[in-house]
Design a protein around this ligand. Structure first.
Ligand SMILES: C[S@@+](CC[C@H](N)C(=O)[O-])C[C@H]1O[C@@H](n2cnc3c(N)ncnc32)[C@H](O)[C@@H]1O
Length: 225
């Protein structure tokens, strides 16, 4: 075997890609030149970018969208108590940072124990906390407890509940149970930003997926009929 092939094989076996090495070099440089969007310094390295989004640019883009939605929904712009269901590796925790500030709090809950472990060591602000939730999810945590349990969060204590595409992955009875949990934890006047896919007849009519195309117009995956 030639030296070139041996090196390529070695790099493949060690998980090397041009992108992950570029990311390793690029991220520290990028953090030094951020001028205006202070919170994106918290975007994790590519190994920990989850939630269906992977590229650095995609994380920054989605953070910007949700930061704007939060701004529009929140009555006070600082000191909010934010509860992020299905926090993954913390994308919405980054988007929420300006609205939490020093006087508020952010709680991320997820069924994936290793993502929660990552969040605990990556987001070190004292008012950020992460909870592993031992509940089953057919896609993410099929082995965990099937019992539906209330979130370990006080009633009437939260200004904003967020959940990015979590309800997409819930069974109907779980979806209803956790919607009641949203109502329980929100303070009067509190808001929830909950996104999910519903591929119903409205979606079909809107043709947002470009049903004849190989890939959707917005979502870079093959649309489902
Ligand atoms: C589409 S990902 C979004 C992750 C993250 N919010 C982001 O935007 O990168 C959905 C997340 O919901 C979590 N999840 C699924 N079922 C859950 C449940 N019952 N309770 C809490 N989290 C759940 C999954 O583990 C996964 O991290």
């Amino acid at each position: 075997m030639g030296i070139g092939r041996t090196i390529r094989k070695f790099l493949q076996q060690t998980g090397f890609t041009r992108y992950n090495w570029f990311d390793r070099l690029y991220l520290p440089l990028d953090r030094k030149v951020i001028r205006r969007t202070r919170n994106i310094r918290l975007i994790p390295s590519e190994r920990f970018r989850r939630g269906g989004k992977y590229a650095y640019g995609e994380w920054a883009h989605v953070i910007g969208i949700f930061q704007t939605l939060m701004y529009l929904q929140l009555a006070k712009k600082e000191g909010n108590a934010v509860l992020d269901i299905g926090c993954g590796t913390g994308l919405l925790g980054i988007a929420a940072e300006p609205f939490v500030g020093e006087g508020g709090s952010y709680t991320g809950i997820d069924v994936m124990a290793h993502d929660i472990a990552f969040c605990r060591q990556h987001y070190r602000a004292p008012n950020y906390r992460f909870i592993h939730f031992d509940a089953a999810n057919p896609a993410y945590a099929p082995q965990q407890s099937e019992t539906k349990a209330p979130w370990p969060v006080d009633s009437d204590s939260v200004d904003l509940v967020t959940a990015l595409s979590v309800w997409t992955h819930l069974r109907e009875e779980d979806a209803l149970f956790y919607l009641r949990e949203v109502a329980r934890v929100l303070r009067p006047g509190g808001k929830a930003i909950i996104t999910f896919f519903v591929l119903d007849e409205t979606y079909q009519r809107a043709n947002l997926g470009g049903l004849t195309a190989k890939q959707g117009r917005f979502h870079r995956t093959t649309p489902r009929k």
